[in-house]
Design a protein around this ligand. Structure first.
Ligand code: ANZ
Ligand code: ZN
Length: 791
């Protein structure tokens, strides 16, 4: 994920790009053509705010990419493509207004407590005319294709599933006799058709078509207006009662099956933009309906119809006065459906409704369209023109880009400064050539970042956003690394863009047919340890540790190694300056090994690694080298547990260092070990890796260590014969055991073997000896194991 230049560089940046840099260097050594590009997500509020804070123009604050006209021209081009395909539209809606940042936000950018994801401000509802992208048209493929992403973390997929929120159920028709001449149809959406015999009322949202003065008596209508006002308040406060407010309309609907008359309420808990904006109220089986029924005294508790009962015996749920929300068996109140299971009843009721024409199966999604207008300056202008005669008219493609004017003054207060740039604002309507005005809103920066990875395949294209062939050749992105905080936002929007662009035929991957942008997703936990990051960050908004100082002091490679070694990438990184010196020391130890074989007369290709010519110690060294190659290959290509990678390399370093004083430095195995060590270290520590390689690269066939092939595992070398392992108890030698050398480095496996052996059963198993093992010490490369018992 490309960075957002909203402040100074922080350790989170170093971490994410160290990870992707390591992976890409490894892939190069495997012989792949690797694109590991860099760019800047340079438009947007934080950049604008940082510029205001530093009293500079945002252009000078940020540099390249999404804010350059040669990029945002294509963002505008894609907006027009969406518009022409009916996927960008303007509508008046109640939207989230961020009073601090003075702009509206998309739903994805507001957290569960109603706060802006960035400013932290409580958002306020405002009715405004805004541009939306119709992401909901793709709800089903966005949901379904998550199943194809087998290299994405489950948690992220789960969050997207929840966000898309597919709900399967049915729609039922309830007719209302408003007066003698007027009948009105209320459609309700329900996820529980099996409860239709338990309906006691209908509830509609305050925005519902029936909630109008055309249909309601004036005294009722004035109550509706009052409730509308109150609800504006409720939206910004956590009020327990806010969901139980209701107005009885005095109107009745007819139950489509029983013909019963059902009262109609206007209810604060019914949201206008979900389902049909109308609910069939089933107090016995839905908690919100239960609460609403009681709060509005719709019916006595004892008269509430229970229409589904549990399948198990012994619980008299009716007596308990509780809501029963699970599935079960339909009661005798349910006519011909009595005795059916909920599941069968759902099918039967919906089938009959379809036949009778009073209902049909229906699917709803929680996902809402993506609001992309921002009342801020620093973004790509929305390429639309508003004409008093022709309404909204798209800017002709040939006139793109709509350049963002730079002759503005940024105050950070109130509205977009674009409103005051007269010579930019006033323009001729492309259709009727009459006077018209440009749209002064800019696009959400998440639009810019929804397709940049495609532009990376063809960054200098001046005719199109990207060429079909290049995008099809390189996409999807094989490995995408970034912070987990984008689980929904950026990762959902990009998936939407990829699907739209596929639908348009703008590219079609040669490698897979998922129509997904990112094959594998690697999420790192952002932030450092909580004490450091959140406190310090929220105070200054900057991450506490400055990478430049750390790099200056310890070097880039030690910093990178430390980041990778300190914590698995999915975990929070606890920064400790003190342990970084461990990495410096390790580098120095490798350096000593490199010096011990530098200028060795043997060429790389000449190393003869024939196990028949090795003595026992060399075989063991050879085994460890192969074991390390095997593990590192797995880590760098699959698991990305870089902390373990560093441990393996440190173990190899320890081994080579321990044999170094006595070994003949011209022996091929030893030289091979040092060379492999350097090659495998290089992706994580590229500068010093290159430097070391310079000393080892005798034949100079390659220019850089990254042109060197990644070491290959010699499977024969992995399984060297058994070695003798000496077992001590409290430091005294007790017995010895043959252990396959392939597991010698695996401390736990060795311990298991020892404990299971006859001698081990007798002398070690703690229940036999009557004392507990305090610790187990492995020495001499695992060949001595000492069990220390409690006193
Ligand atoms: C009757 C019923 C009986 C319901 C029952 C639930 C349980 P999900 O699953 O999230 O899709 N509902 C429908 N439209 C609504 C709206 N605009 N505002 C508020 N609530 C709405 O939820 C579907 C259920 O939420 C629907 O099924 C409806 O209540 C309610 F025992 O209908 B149910
Ligand atoms: Zn016009």
């Amino acid at each position: 994920m490309f960075p957002y230049p909203s402040g100074i560089l922080h350790m989170g940046h170093v971490r994410v790009y160290t990870i992707s840099d390591t992976i890409s260097r490894f892939r190069k050594m495997l012989g792949y053509e690797v694109i590991h590009p860099m760019g800047w997500d340079a438009f947007g509020l934080p950049a604008e705010n940082a510029a205001i804070e530093h009293s500079v123009h945002p252009v000078d604050w940020t540099e390249l990419t999404t804010c350059n006209a040669d990029y945002y021209k294509w963002t505008q081009f894609l907006f027009l493509k969406l518009y022409k395909n009916g996927l960008a539209y303007q509508k008046e809606a109640v939207v989230n207004w961020d009073p601090i940042e003075q702009t509206v936000l998309a739903n994805e950018q507001v957290d569960a407590e109603g706060r802006s994801w960035r400013s932290g401000a409580k958002v306020e509802p405002r009715k405004l005319k805004q541009w939306f992208l119709k992401i909901t048209d793709f709800a089903e493929p966005l949901l379904k294709d998550l199943d194809k992403l087998n290299k994405w973390p489950d948690r992220v997929k789960q969050m997207q599933r929840y966000w898309i929120g597919k709900s399967e159920g049915a729609e039922f028709d309830f007719f209302v006799n408003v007066n003698r001449e007027t009948t009105f149809l209320i459609k309700v959406f329900t996820s529980r058709p099996d409860t239709i015999f338990g309906v006691h009322y209908l509830a509609i949202s305050i925005d519902h078509a029936l909630a109008s003065k055309d249909f309601l008596p004036s005294d009722v209508y004035s109550k509706v207006l009052k409730l509308t006002e109150e609800m504006k308040q409720y939206l910004t406060e956590a009020n327990e009662n806010k969901f139980n407010q209701g107005v009885n309309t005095g109107l009745y609907a007819t139950h489509p099956i029983t013909g019963a008359t059902i009262p109609i309420y206007i209810a604060s808990y019914v949201v206008s933009d979900y389902g049909t904006g109308a609910v069939m109220g089933v107090p016995a089986h839905d908690q919100r309906d239960w609460n609403f029924t009681k709060a509005n005294r719709i019916i006595d508790e004892k008269d509430i119809k229970r229409v589904v009962k549990p399948t198990y015996n012994g619980v008299d749920f009716i007596e308990k006065g509780e809501v029963y929300t699970s599935y079960g068996i339909l009661t005798s109140d349910c006519g011909q459906y009595a005795g059916m299971t909920s599941k069968n009843a759902n099918n039967a009721i919906v089938n009959d409704a379809e036949k009778g024409g009073y209902g049909r199966s229906a699917v709803q999604y929680r996902l809402r369209d993506w609001l992309i207008s921002r009342q801020r300056y620093w973004g790509a202008p929305i390429p639309m023109i508003h004409c008093p005669r022709c309404n909204a008219v798209p800017v002709p493609e040939s006139e793109l880009p709509v350049i963002l004017p730079t002759n503005i003054s940024l105050t950070g207060r109130g509205g977009s400064p674009l409103k005051y740039v007269e010579d930019w604002l006033n323009i001729k309507c492309p259709k009727c050539h009459g006077p018209a005005k440009r749209d002064t809103d800019t696009m959400d920066t998440f639009v810019d970042s929804s397709w940049y990875f495609i532009r990376y395949t063809d960054p200098n294209n001046t005719l199109l956003p990207f060429s079909h062939d290049k995008a099809s050749k390189y996409l999807p992105v094989d490995v995408y690394v970034g912070g987990v905080e984008h689980a929904i936002l950026h990762l959902l929007y990009s998936r939407f863009f990829a699907k739209f662009l596929h639908q348009l035929g703008m590219y079609a991957s040669m490698h897979d047919n998922t129509q997904e942008p990112f094959k594998q997703l690697v999420t790192q936990s952002t932030g450092l340890a909580p004490e450091i990051s959140f406190e310090k960050m929220s105070k200054s908004k900057y991450n506490g540790i400055d990478p430049e100082t750390t790099i200056e002091k310890y070097g880039a490679d030690a910093t990178r190694l430390h980041i990778l070694f300190k914590a698995p990438i999915s975990e929070v990184l606890e920064w400790e300056d003190s342990s970084i010196v461990g990495m410096q020391r390790w580098i120095l130890r490798v350096w000593r090994l490199v010096e011990s074989v530098a200028n060795s007369p043997q060429q790389n290709d000449d190393l003869i690694l024939d196990m028949r010519m090795m003595n026992n110690e060399e075989r063991e060294t050879y085994r460890l080298i192969n074991f390390t190659i095997k593990e590192l290959t797995k880590i760098f290509s699959e698991t990305y547990s870089f902390n373990t990678a560093v441990s393996h390399l440190i173990k190899l370093t320890n081994h080579l260092t321990s044999i170094s004083p006595n070994v003949n430095k011209s022996r091929p195995v030893y030289i091979y070990g040092v060379r492999c060590l350097v090659k495998m270290m290089a992706p994580m520590a590229p500068s010093i890796g290159e430097e070391f390689w310079e000393d080892l690269n005798e034949n100079k066939k390659t220019q850089t260590v990254f042109e060197e092939p990644w070491p290959k595992v010699d499977n024969k070398g992995l399984n060297v014969d058994d070695v003798t392992c000496v077992v001590q108890v409290n430091g005294k030698m007790r017995f010895s055991l043959q252990v396959p050398s392939s597991i010698l480095q695996d401390n736990l496996a060795v311990e298991m073997l020892i404990r299971k052996s006859n001698n081990g059963q007798k002398l070690i198993e703690d229940n036999k000896i009557g004392k507990k093992i305090k610790r187990v010490i492995h020495a001499n490369s695992g060949k001595i194991v000492n069990f220390v018992f409690e006193k």
